[in-house]
Unconditional design. Structure first.
Length: 137
């Protein structure tokens, strides 16, 4: 490392000293990093040093949460129900995707599997990837 620090390096070093970011090992440390990141993002404009700190905090938080918070895979029906909820839709609003009210009902009750055509229309309607409807191996 060079013995001479430029002004940007010096300001970043000072910013790091006030925040003291490090590998997160507990929920309390994660909450501290989240609070520091939120405080940064409440500002209108970030300096280059603040941008660097924001990036570092985001990596630390993502690493901790990726290791500690596993999401269970959702079934295709759960995904459809979530999409319906987020978009304030009723079963009858999906007839254009499934063709009839009875098919919508059968899919949502688990009595009928999604067809390739259903998945294609769901993806177009909700702007999601087809991968969303296939279980992760």
């Amino acid at each position: 490392m060079s013995a001479v620090l430029n002004a940007t390096d010096k300001r970043y070093r000072e910013l790091l000293a006030t925040t003291l970011p490090r590998v997160i090992h507990s929920e309390a440390e994660n909450e501290q990093c989240i609070a520091a990141l939120e405080a940064l993002h409440e500002r209108n404009r970030l300096s280059p040093e603040q941008e660097q700190l924001s990036e570092l905090l985001t990596l630390l938080i993502d690493d901790f949460e990726g290791k500690n918070y596993q999401l269970n895979a959702a079934s295709p029906v759960e995904i459809i129900r979530e999409l319906m909820g987020v978009n304030s839709l009723k079963q009858s609003d999906l007839v254009d995707i499934f063709g009839t009210k009875s098919i919508v009902s059968e899919v949502l009750s688990g009595k009928r599997e999604l067809s390739k055509a259903h998945i294609q229309r769901l993806c177009r309607r909700f702007h999601v990837s087809p991968e969303l409807f296939f279980p992760v191996a």
